[in-house]
Unconditional design. Structure first.
Length: 254
């Protein structure tokens, strides 16, 4: 019933969605390949005890979408390793060091399709009084998981959009909002494998693949560039995209 009501809401507001600027916050044209909606994308639990409740909250919040369910499942890796697994998102926590970032979201692309993803939350900072609170933990966990679905930011100037996809530290910015669900419905409006999806032939040339610009720096340059999105060309039309949540971003200063 929840999915039917949500779907009805999306259909009734489709005209607003198409022209609504606030709903256009996707990373690019990439998405998880599937043949029906809603589809299931499992979140592998590789987090410490301090994070299990926040991962569960994020799972329930994003599963309110009309087009996807994101249940928590057993992790296939460890927090320190956080190796990606095809067909799912591995969510990890560890003390990754004083490297300047609170969270990382990474997706692997084959043409326009996401094939696997990882989320990392950095306990080096979250073990400090400044970040060890429910607001910061919910915000960063929710945002990094949202990135692995194909969502970008709704704002980057520190203003609250009442969503975890903004850069605000407001208590209202700890979960997805209706615009996030509208954007997901737009991203996943077509189905793959039956006309309307798939990897276009031009993706044999990575510079012509849908998604992030080819001139973005590789993730190895993150500390120097202090940008937010990085692209590693893995060859044959395959790429890894990394979204960095810097410590300053959590306070709306990044």
């Amino acid at each position: 019933m929840r999915k039917l009501l949500a779907l009805a809401l999306v259909v009734s507001s489709f005209a607003v969605l198409v022209g609504g600027a606030n709903a256009k916050h996707s990373w690019g044209k990439y998405h998880w390949e599937r043949t029906s909606n809603p589809f299931t994308l499992e979140l592998g639990n590789n987090v410490g005890e301090a994070w299990t409740g926040y991962l569960a909250t994020t799972s329930l919040a994003w599963s309110e979408s009309a087009v996807l369910d994101a249940p928590v499942g057993k992790g296939n890796t460890s927090g320190s390793t956080c190796a990606a697994t095809t067909g799912r998102v591995e969510v990890c926590s560890a003390a990754y060091g004083n490297n300047g970032w609170l969270g990382l979201a990474q997706i692997w692309l084959s043409g326009s399709h996401i094939t696997k993803g990882t989320v990392k939350v950095n306990d080096t900072y979250f073990s400090t009084a400044q970040y060890d609170n429910p607001n910061e933990r919910n915000h960063v966990m929710c945002q990094e998981v949202g990135h692995t679905f194909g969502l970008g930011h709704t704002s980057e100037n520190g203003s609250s959009q009442d969503t975890c996809m903004d850069y605000s530290s407001s208590p209202s910015s700890t979960g997805p909002n209706p615009h996030d669900f509208e954007q997901l419905s737009s991203i996943y409006a077509h189905l793959d494998g039956g006309g309307g999806g798939g990897t276009p032939p031009s993706c044999k040339n990575p510079r012509k693949c849908p998604g992030p610009p080819a001139n973005l720096p590789p993730f190895a340059q993150a500390s120097a560039a202090r940008g937010h999105v990085y692209v590693d060309d893995l060859g044959h039309g395959n790429r890894r995209v990394t979204f960095v949540r810097w410590v300053s971003d959590a306070r709306g200063k990044g």
